[in-house]
Design a protein around this ligand. Sequence first.
Ligand SMILES: [Zn+2]
Length: 260
Amino acid sequence: MTAVLKLRPLLTATHRYDKSLSTRDRGHGQIIQAPILAYLIETTNGRILFDVGCDYAKIAAPKLRAQYYENENFAFGAPDMQEPQRLPHHLAQLGLTPADIDVVFLSHLHFDHAGGLCDVCGTEVHVQQDELTAAQAGTDIAYFPSDFSGDYPWQVKQGEYDLVPGVRAISTPGHTAGHMSLWLEMPKGPPILLCGDAADLTENIEQEIAPGLCWNERSDLALESIRKLKRLGREEHADLWPNHDIDFFNTLKRYPNFHE
Ligand SMILES: [Zn+2]
């Protein structure tokens, strides 16, 4: 019996960038607009937040913006994020505050997934040991160490595990060292696999294309993870949700509406 009650996708920002960042060796010179998402999962055992979006201050404050996004290392520039897109505002629409979140589950520690931790501080944060190690070592430019160097109540994990009945952390390394996807057994509809950045776009899934950024150039590992997600989807008749696909996102229920 699944503990999942409701799933709400949350649009925390949008980001325009070269498509080759999502599809390795494909789409150079083609600019796409990608949603930056978080997902609020309500269960009988509490509320889980999958990813937390960007740190708003690094986008809104000119000095920080220049430091983090407007430099030669960072070709994609800052995402577009408005104050009402911060997590506390989304939660307020449901009459909730960050204190009502029981667990933050991070797919990985890139700026567009872990930056919003400062808006939900105090909540237990799940991350993989391999991910934390790689991020602290600054393995790639999409890690902003100040995003995750605060005094957060980390729950450092290794490998796959159940958060609550019907919610399973699935190991999908490749994009980053300790990337995780999330399996959700839904109360009414088919199971949902939140791919995270294991699959940015539907194209990554359908055509088995690795993401542009791969940990240590391990696109083989990233492809293995895409195939693993597809196999799970086939065997369990689950829907795979890509994470940065604006067309796919537009087919989903609009917050605060939910999937169940
Ligand atoms: Zn990423």
